[in-house]
Design a protein around this ligand. Structure first.
Ligand code: PMP
Length: 289
């Protein structure tokens, strides 16, 4: 596999980063997870925009312009013959001292991996997944704003540990006010009486690219969507619950905190949205050529 390391395509064995890079020392950096479908990079512009917003939010001077970064993503897919795959784009603060000061890191580093991912087994998509609400709360928006897709994912990792220890693969995090924020690596939606709700990003959710696409598709399909404050009650009384994410796509949640959601099977709206989303991803994107 060829890794794009600061614009150079190098063999994966030689794609190395300094132990003094603050991305490693402090989780000081940002990233994007992007999908390629059918020879096209899905919603690349949206991912690049979010990456540059994350950079602004952590006062990181990007080493190249957004359009050039987008071109590097496409170039990396092409170099690896990726047609359908998963792309990880990472920007680190770069090499600095052992102190925190990010301004002493003069050269941010970036690398792009174009590979494959399968997050959940196929049968989970057919049967729906179980999740639990965990004790780890989502980062306070004035601590590390969850809208920043930063390399500091310990909040999510701690939540994921709780999920796995409870025998499930994903979990729901509440924000410091006790409202539903999101899952450890996905956004959440609840469906009730044909209407969709999802927490607004100010409640402690990443503004997911998949989430935004699903909201648009749902409206087009005639399902009203509302971004609103959500509590666990809204999940428990929902007809359907599902998660969205670049890697997970759309996956039904049929059990929350050991309570059956709706019929206990992936619901009709989740399935319809899943089908529509699958068509959508194959129909557009930035060509890999
Ligand atoms: N929330 C978190 C915490 C995430 O890490 C992700 C991405 N895996 C998402 C939500 C979903 O965002 P997207 O649809 O842009 O992948």
């Amino acid at each position: 596999m060829k890794i794009n390391l600061n614009g150079r395509l190098v063999d994966e064995k030689r794609a190395t980063i300094s132990v003094f890079d603050h991305g490693l020392l402090y989780g000081d950096g940002i990233f994007e997870g992007i999908r390629a479908y059918n020879g096209r990079v899905f919603l690349l512009e949206e991912h690049i925009e979010r990456l540059y917003d994350s950079a602004r939010a952590i006062a990181l001077e990007m080493p190249l312009k957004p359009a050039d970064m987008a071109r590097q993503v496409v170039r990396t897919c092409k170099a690896n013959g990726v047609c359908d795959g998963y792309i990880r784009l990472v920007v680190t603060r770069g090499v600095g001292t052992l102190g925190l000061n990010p301004y002493l890191c003069k050269h941010p580093q970036y690398f792009i991996i174009a590979g494959a991912i399968r997050l959940y087994p196929k049968e989970l998509y057919e049967k729906g997944m179980s999740v639990v609400t965990v004790g780890t709360i989502r980062n306070h928006t004035e601590a590390v704003n969850p809208r920043i897709k930063s390399l500091n994912y310990l909040n999510n990792v701690l939540a994921k540990i709780e999920a796995i220890n409870a025998g499930v693969m994903e979990c729901i995090l509440l924000n410091p006010q006790g409202y539903v924020a999101e899952a450890s690596g996905d956004n959440i939606f609840a469906v009730r009486k044909g209407r969709l709700i999802t927490p607004p990003s100010w409640c402690g959710a990443l503004e997911g690219i998949t989430r935004n696409a699903v909201m648009k598709l749902a409206v087009e399909m005639g399902y009203p969507v509302e971004e609103r404050v959500m509590t666990r009650y809204d999940m428990y009384v929902a007809d359907e619950v599902f998660l969205t994410g670049t890697a997970a796509e759309i996956i039904a949640v049929t059990n929350v905190d050991r309570r059956r959601i709706g019929s206990g099977r992936p619901g009709p709206i989740t399935r319809r949205l899943g089908k529509r989303f699958a068509e959508f991803v194959r129909a557009q994107g930035t060509p890999i050529e």
